[in-house]
Design a protein around this ligand. Structure first.
Ligand SMILES: Cc1cc2nc3c(=O)[nH]c(=O)nc-3n(C[C@H](O)[C@H](O)[C@H](O)COP(=O)(O)OP(=O)(O)OC[C@H]3O[C@@H](n4cnc5c(N)ncnc54)[C@H](O)[C@@H]3O)c2cc1C
Length: 469
């Protein structure tokens, strides 16, 4: 096999949302060279594999990369997100990243290798193979290797279900829903995370009767209310009001259960059934109209995970339910974030390797851009890691508290650095700092909200230690 050798400053493995947000900062804040390698045929990562009706669950306004707006910053006039800021589709996202990659490559500073698998040791031996020709390329890296594969996002079309199925059982990933014949005996949606919710909403919005849907819900989830994370001045009171109230709730809570109850009472968190205490929290966002539509599904099976689907029954961890051989199973059981990414303690900066992770709650793209900026502007590894403490991905409701403890720690450290404060205020991926800074001295109600937030952050950080102890 012939081995070609190329040289670069940064070698970025993965051209998903994280790799692109990182590369964008390096591209615009330096003259460094980059090599970007990805197994996919084009940039955008898992958005290339997404189901056709997927949308971001957050507004497009603060997703993507810093240098390029995503969407038109308009609000939906109809539908389940009415009155709130637009959310990109997977087609929008793939096209956005494609345009950006073209700009990178046209500059002559970036070399892009799609359909290529990194097979190096993440240390000093950097190599990738073309998945088409098998040809190997060796990369000499002058500065850093950037591993954006850490979150290892999984989607149903690339991760087949783990349960067994009898011969003849029809099970599809939700990608197939729009292109197959409607199921005559109804649907069984397997999974209650963001993709399970999307499958149910798609079926209902497209005319499926609620009683034709059975929803397998191994765990109930808390959802964040999307109305409370809207950018734009007209949402200042809703968003900053929510941030302030959440800090006050943490600061005054007597237990984690007390936190959840108050978050729900304040309209910050939503759940599908008030009689069931959710045991999952993955940070998915939901609108009130979406929740109300989901309430119409009454056949909800809460018997744990599916073990086996037979022609006449579904065998779950805690029981069995009858079924009918003609039902269509819609698999939504892939967990978007892999377990290791929730639990391990890989530092963001380690020698010549950067492993982008969340440094702000639920902001993968802001986090990647911020990490790139820190890489360029701070000298010592300790200093960089101190500013980029990983905010753990949540799985259970209590992880919301852990996440906020890490988030507050980072925020406090950033607040001490004028350069970072200024950079954050200019970053389009930071949906809220600029909004806060645009407050005028005569906007007393807004100033009062910002004060409430600022004054409760310290007590919240102290109480989080007690709540988590
Ligand atoms: C349905 C859904 C909706 C979501 N909505 C939002 C949202 O609204 N807001 C939000 O912030 N987040 C959202 N997310 C989370 C989302 O995962 C992140 O926003 C982001 O897309 C993750 O990007 P990534 O670059 O980390 O991962 P990926 O998109 O998985 O990209 C990683 C890339 O690395 C490549 N790769 C892996 N190993 C190798 C290797 N050895 N060699 C070469 N290439 C390799 C892969 O091919 C892939 O292209 C959503 C996720 C899902 C599943």
């Amino acid at each position: 096999m012939t081995t070609l050798t190329i040289a670069t400053d940064y070698l970025i493995v993965g051209s998903g949302a994280v790799g692109m947000a990182f590369a964008d900062v390096i591209f615009h804040e330096t003259t460094a060279r980059m090599v970007i390698v990805d197994r996919h045929h084009g940039p955008g990562g898992h958005w290339n594999d997404a189901y056709p009706f997927v949308r971001l669950h957050q507004p497009s306004a603060y997703y993507g990369v810093n240098s390029k707006p995503l969407g038109t910053n308009s609000k939906d006039k109809t539908g389940l997100n009415v009155g709130m800021y637009e959310r990109a589709t997977s087609a929008d996202l793939v096209s956005y990243y494609e345009q950006l990659m073209q700009k990178f490559v046209a500059s002559g500073r970036v070399q892009y290798f799609p359909m290529s698998d990194y097979v190096g040791d993440w240390n000093g031996d950097h190599r990738f193979h073309s998945m088409m020709s098998g040809k190997e390329t060796q990369v000499t890296v002058a500065k850093k290797i950037v591993d954006t594969t850490h979150l290892n996002t999984a989607v149903p079309s690339t991760h087949p279900p783990k349960y067994e199925m009898a011969e003849g059982v029809r099970c599809v990933p939700l990608n197939d829903l729009p292109r197959i014949k409607p199921a005559s005996s109804g649907y069984v949606v397997v999974g209650a995370g963001k993709t399970g919710v999307d499958a149910c909403l798609w079926l209902l919005e497209n005319g499926t009767q609620p009683d034709a849907i059975t929803w397998i819900m191994p765990r109930d989830s808390w959802f964040q209310n999307r109305a409370k994370v809207q950018p734009g001045k007209e949402f200042f009171e809703a968003s900053y009001g929510s941030f302030a109230e959440q800090m006050e709730i943490i600061a005054g809570a007597t237990s984690s259960e007390d936190v959840y109850a108050k978050l729900e009472a304040g309209g910050h968190w939503l759940r599908l059934d008030k009689t069931v205490q959710p045991s999952m929290y993955h940070g998915a966002l939901m609108s009130q109209p979406e929740l109300e539509l989901l309430f119409t599904i009454k056949n909800v099976v809460r018997l744990g995970r599916i073990q086996r689907i037979e022609r006449d029954q579904i065998v779950l961890a805690k029981g069995v339910v009858p079924t009918d051989a003609n039902r269509l199973y819609v698999d939504c059981s892939a967990s978007a974030v892999q377990f290791h990414a929730r639990t391990d303690s890989t530092p963001v900066f380690s020698g010549n390797k950067i492993t982008p992770q969340f440094v702000r709650t639920f902001q993968p793209t802001f986090s990647a851009a911020f990490i790139a900026h820190v890489e360029l502007n701070f000298e010592s590894e300790d200093q960089k890691n101190n500013l980029c403490g990983a905010v753990p991905m949540p799985d259970k409701p209590v992880d919301w508290l852990r996440m906020h403890a890490a988030n507050l720690r980072n925020q406090y450290r950033w607040s001490k650095d004028k350069g970072l404060r200024t950079w954050n205020a200019k970053s389009r991926l930071d949906g809220f700092t600029a909004l806060a800074m645009s407050t005028k001295p005569w906007q007393l109600a807004r100033i009062s909200l910002l004060r409430r937030y600022g004054m409760s952050a310290g007590p919240a950080a102290v109480n989080l230690k007690k709540l988590l102890a």
